[in-house]
Ligand binder design. Sequence first.
Ligand SMILES: [Zn+2]
Length: 157
Amino acid sequence: MARPRGSIEVVCQNPQCDFYLTEKGKDIIKRGRDAKTRRQRYYCIHCGKFFMETKGTPLFNKKLPESEIINICKHFVEKNGIRSVERLTGHHRDTIGSLLSDIAEQAEQMNSFLIHNVKLSPIECDEFWSFVKKKKRILSDHARNQILLAMRGSLPA
Ligand SMILES: [Zn+2]
């Protein structure tokens, strides 16, 4: 394929797709705009579904590759503090701290990433969010709300 697509920072939003919320190997193109909002639409070549850019996972725009985000999330589930995750992964604690803030701000969407990509069980997700809440003493109202939604989403009804 001649056309480079690396610049598209959007991941597939279809949970049935093998490339759901996955950065590596994804094949996403821009295709048209939403009729009402005029916002950019994206198309996943793997599953043939359309979705909007706002439903991407902005975590992947950060300097950490997806594999490292998965790695760090796993350490958080094991209740490693930021300093021990720094030691275990070699990433600076500021990088890990800002990842944690981003995770909190997008908790609801992050929850499906935790389930599908990090492969956490509902109980592990719950532990993960308790950990985030404890580590981030100062959370925005938005983040607090997001975490509530995420915790509700990961528990069986
Ligand atoms: Zn797809």
